[in-house]
Design a protein around this ligand. Sequence first.
Ligand code: FDA
Length: 395
Amino acid sequence: MSPACDVAVIGAGAAGLMCALTAGGRGRRVILLDHAPAPGRKILISGGGRCNFTNTECAPERFLSANAHFCRSALARYTPHDFIALIEKHRIPYHEKKLGQLFCDGSAKAVVRMLLDECEAAKVDLRLNHTIGDITKPDQFRIATDHGDIIARSVVLATGGLSIPKLGATGFAHRIARRFGLLVTEARPGLVPLTFSDDDLALMRPLSGVAADVLARCGAGAFREKLLFTHRGLSGPAILQVSSYWREGEELIINLMPDEDAAAFLTARKKTRPRAEARTVLAEVLSRRLADTIAEKHLPPGALGTIKDRDIARMGDALNRWHVLPTGSEGYAKAEVTVGGVATTALSSKTMEAAAVPGLYVIGEAVDVTGWLGGYNFQWAWASGWAAGMAVRGA
Ligand code: FDA
């Protein structure tokens, strides 16, 4: 028996749930399929369990894509305020943490509950634990599942990216998109800790647990945020952010004293505190362990007054422009997102429909649109899901 529906949404994550409730709310008959036993599992673990569900500073410039303009239309039509209105309608308490990032006061479960309640009100037929095989389109779409075939006028691919395979991430959307002839850009882990050679780790490992307020740069990305030394290398928001811009073989440039000209600072202290050690004066602006390590690596021992100006200049450079070459990243097991995905050239920026395959839509992280850290990726999931949900056709 092949149940018919207007639209089969594959993937009951952030984008799929939003698309399903929007299409259902417009009277479309929606079947929402997922291979996982529960919907919205990434929402549940996001934001340390409190879900950073949007960002009030959302702007197209805060997304990476081969086509920087693609995300504009959807983001403009479904804004953070639209999602906040939904959150408020469901009386979910929330707060701004920093930089426009909105989090639930309580558990992220409330966001999943809200989306499921909206899906129920829109009569969405949610089917979990469904293994999806191939999708073909003789006339309408035929979706093969281990519970029988499903016939649908439209199919929305909402299975996300490759990050966190243990939570059920697969390359399904990329595979099906390719199968229908759509281009898929090279995918790589984003918002991920970076790893380093043994030489660099010799400095980083002893600093494991130390945080510093830095300006980290890589390619077009520059972020003033916290860096965290770990026993595997570097992490923390500044590094996660630049990791999305990082390509193999590229250096990061990290300013460990972003508010100071480090050489000028040390030169001034050399005059006012000539008997103090460099590490002592550096501890005015850096954590004690970081100040000790950097001073030991770059300066001869002794009082500041005895240190040559050229050594101070070298030290200043090391502090303001630390060049460091990652050897890799901690990979999809630790990445919050996948950079790259179904090429935007294949899709309408207004509806997310594939131009070459009428009725096939791709939304959320499966698309080559990746947000910064801080609620941007969910906003893209809501906005692209809404855009497709508003566009899918009925009988
Ligand atoms: P998502 O991955 O959410 O959903 C895909 C769905 O498809 C899943 O339910 C999956 O089971 C299903 N699926 C996959 N393959 C399938 C297959 N073959 N067959 C059937 N179903 C299949 N973002 C943000 O804005 N704020 C935040 O606080 C965080 N925090 C965060 C923490 C962590 C640890 C991670 C890993 C990620 C985040 N993110 C985030 C990123 C955010 O979670 C992510 O960008 C969105 O969930 C993407 O939404 P999608 O719906 O596109 O995919």
